[in-house]
Design a protein around this ligand. Structure first.
Ligand code: NDP
Length: 487
């Protein structure tokens, strides 16, 4: 049976709930009921009870169910993309809503295919030791509003694969998308294995302090991440914190500006700049500074922005007014400081929706707030440098460390520069691409913990060493302890 937009929205909404509005029009998309802390506690309890049976399934059974969940998402891809586009604002086309829904099923399949065998960590004629990975219990997943379905999938897929049950707390701005996704996934999973609980104000703190949540995965701001460290301390919860960044890109003088301009553009403006690992500060060598600015302007002018449901658009509104105000304020302050607005910076105050035009800001100082604060929107500062050591020092000068990029036609030189950058990932001649088999995570105030691939599976597991004393021929021995054997 084909799932329609109306079916999915009705299943994910609650007519008695809170209005969720389309950031492109201000119109209501749907309603969802925000849950109380008591209701969250009941969901956590159900997840705790469901976990032993889920963990008792075989790894192959869980892999198969993840593959079925991916098939279910593919079957509902178009209505899921429409809900996402209307609620988050991102266009259907381009690297946006349809792309994001496709990434959800792709990530589930890749997670199902990832191998995490028992490791022999030590073995000699006296001792054998193996490292096993076991389920933790109930995992909490708090996601953001920029890539709500994809990041929720990044959180739930490895946790489920490893035998944990999951309680998801979506952003209050995008609960319909996440609820719709979880409803689709729950078409194939047993009850209470994954549940989404919408709400605002107290649910996040409850998840991060609840004694039955063994691990919390969070993607969002550094400030909230710091609060989570505090509220999770009493229960010594394991944490994966993906706290955004202020990624730098360094363009060396040996590039062809026109050849890299499109990749630079998407590195910065994917999802209209609302991406944790987007390029947010561009350092360009003085020899090619004007040429790079011009090439970026030419590319940016060809990228239509507008309502996501209109197929030709590939940039959308900012998801919420607070984010619009933040970007607006930073660009205005940059202009007042004497920086040159080479494109954009002139939103239409009479227009409906949170549309902020694609904005490029040149001749800007490295200590300008548009450079030092995470804009999280379609405004890119372009900073001139003469000396590479200075550019590297400026790139490393902030407390963030999620991603960075180096742009050069000399691969060895680029690798050398990359190794000097303080970031969890450094891309060469691209920015922001992620892959389900390649570990991803930040350093400094961008957080800690790796996602994706085998490292991502380890992060939602309890490591357990099983060890025994062996005889010289490699068999186990009846001697009671290794210590005794050593003696
Ligand atoms: P936040 O990053 O501040 O996170 C809000 C979420 O965290 C809500 O679900 C909230 O739940 C929960 N939360 C709050 N306090 C705690 C706590 N002590 N323990 C556990 N969970 C808690 O989101 P915002 O939307 O306010 O974004 C602010 C800024 O973050 C943006 O301007 C942007 O710069 C950045 N950002 C970064 C993202 C990234 O990809 N890294 C994504 C989105 C935003 P509750 O309402 O129940 O308290």
């Amino acid at each position: 049976m084909t799932i329609t937009y109306d079916d999915l929205l009705t299943a994910s909404s609650d007519t008695h709930g809170q209005d969720i509005v389309d950031p492109a029009t201000g119109e209501r998309v749907g309603r969802i009921r925000f849950r109380t802390v008591d209701e969250l506690d009941a969901v956590i309890d159900d997840a705790r009870r469901a976990q032993p049976a889920w963990a008792a399934t075989t790894d192959d059974e869980r892999r198969t169910l993840l593959l079925h969940a991916a098939d279910a998402i593919d079957a509902a891809a178009e209505p899921l993309a429409e809900i996402l586009s209307r609620e988050q604002g991102k266009p259907l086309n381009g690297p946006n809503a349809r792309f994001e829904v496709g990434a959800c099923s792709a990530w589930l399949r890749a997670t199902a295919a990832t191998e995490l065998p028992v490791e022999t960590v030590y073995s000699d004629e006296k001792t054998h030791a193996e490292l096993h990975y076991k389920p933790l219990g109930v995992v909490g997943a708090i996601g953001p509003w920029n890539w709500p379905m994809m990041i929720t999938t990044w959180q739930i897929a490895p946790a489920l694969r490893m035998g944990n049950t999951v309680v998801v707390k979506p952003s209050e701005y995008t609960p319909l998308s996440v609820s719709a996704l979880i409803n689709v996934v729950n078409g194939v999973l047993p009850s209470n294995v994954v549940t989404s609980v919408a709400g605002e104000g107290a649910l996040g703190a409850r998840l991060s302090s609840h004694p039955d949540i063994a691990k919390l995965m969070f993607t969002g701001s550094t400030t909230t991440g710091q609060n989570i460290i505090k509220t999770s301390a009493d229960t010594v919860k394991r944490l994966t914190l993906e706290l955004g960044g202020n990624d730098a890109g360094i363009v060396l003088p040996d590039v062809d500006p026109a050849a890299i301009a499109t990749d630079l553009f998407w590195g910065a403006f994917i999802n209209t700049g609302q991406t944790c690992a987007a390029l947010k500060r561009l350092y360009v060598h003085t020899d090619i500074y004007e040429a790079v600015c011009t090439a970026l302007v030419e590319v940016a002018r060809t990228m239509p922005m507008g309502r996501g449901l209109e197929e030709h658009n590939i940039l959308g509104p900012l998801q919420n007014r607070a984010q619009y105000d933040k970007v607006s304020h930073l660009v205005d302050a940059a202009r007042e400081s004497g920086a040159t607005i080479v494109l954009g910076g002139d939103p239409d105050p009479t227009a409906a929706g949170n549309f902020y035009p694609t904005t490029l800001v040149a001749d800007i100082d490295n200590d300008n707030p548009l450079v030092t604060d995470e804009q999280f929107g379609p405004a890119l500062p372009i900073i001139r440098y003469e000396n590479l050591d200075d550019a590297i020092a400026m790139a490393n000068g902030l407390s963030f460390g999620l991603g960075a990029s180096v742009w050069s036609s000399d691969h060895e030189h680029a690798r050398n520069v990359a190794s000097r950058l303080e970031a969890g990932t450094v891309w060469i001649n691209s920015h922001g691409g992620v892959h389900p088999m390649i570990p991803f995570g930040g350093i400094k105030k961008s957080g800690y913990g790796l996602e994706f691939g085998a490292e991502g599976l380890k992060a939602v597991s309890a490591p357990q060493v099983i060890t025994w004393a062996t005889t010289p021929d490699g068999n186990h021995t009846t001697e009671t302890t290794m210590v005794r054997r050593q003696l």
